[in-house]
Ligand binder design. Structure first.
Ligand SMILES: N[C@@H](CCC(=O)N[C@@H](CS)C(=O)NCC(=O)O)C(=O)O
Length: 201
């Protein structure tokens, strides 16, 4: 019996996306911790697994795949999950939001979080942080407006919600606050109430 291997770290929002989907699909998996804080991801053994030297990566019966949102698409496709909708219109929305997530949400929210949570004070570039907050808030406004007429990113809960969740939930760690985004706060509640949800930490 194949057990999916997930190269993982408990503080990584991108790894959390994959863990959440695996849990919600009730798929067995082995979590293999790669300590990015000590540079394990740059060692030769891991470069062979992912030359881009980043986690998450999965190995599913020899199919080795990196990029969190690609992994969400692959797993939901392979395991025929309703989290990648049966409707073409919904799938189109999912593709679009997955791209938006990786171009306009995570790059700002995750980087702001990394600066404030993981960088020592003397390595924090406060000008960069300021512009990340401005760009991150622009994207949050777009999402908040969208969620004024929709409970989820397509007609039901999907991998687009899973992709968006971790860095929006943790945005406060990068000093990006959600108070003014009531629709986003309500969406977070809905995501956290889906079946087999697991807390981020
Ligand atoms: N676009 C990639 C980003 C992956 C990424 O940045 N992973 C971080 C952890 S969340 C990492 O491996 N960082 C280690 C490094 O850059 O040295 C994805 O979505 O999977």
């Amino acid at each position: 019996m194949n057990i999916i291997k997930l190269y993982d770290h408990e503080l990584s929002g991108n790894c959390f996306k994959v863990r959440l989907l695996l849990n919600q699909l009730s798929l067995d998996f082995e979590s293999i911790k790669i300590d990015v804080f000590t540079g394990e991801n740059k060692k030769d053994f891991f470069k062979k697994i992912n030359p881009a030297m980043k986690i998450p990566v999965i190995n599913d019966s020899g199919i080795i795949l990196n990029e969190s949102n690609a992994i969400l698409l692959y797993l939901s496709d392979k395991y025929k999950s309703e989290l990648l909708s049966n409707s073409l219109e919904d799938r189109a929305k999912i593709y679009s939001w997955l791209m938006y997530n990786k171009t306009s949400v995570d790059p700002f929210l995750a980087k702001a979080r990394a600066i404030k949570k993981f960088y020592p004070d003397d390595k924090q570039d406060l000008d960069e942080l300021k512009s990340l907050k401005i760009e991150g808030n622009k994207s949050l406004r777009v999402i908040n407006d969208y969620l004024s007429t929709s409970n989820f990113f397509c007609s039901g809960y999907s991998i687009a919600d899973i992709a968006m969740y971790p860095y929006i939930k943790l945005s406060y760690e990068g000093e990006i606050l959600l108070e003014e985004y009531k629709n986003i706060l309500n969406w977070i509640d809905r995501v956290e109430n889906t079946a087999k949800f697991i807390p981020i930490y």
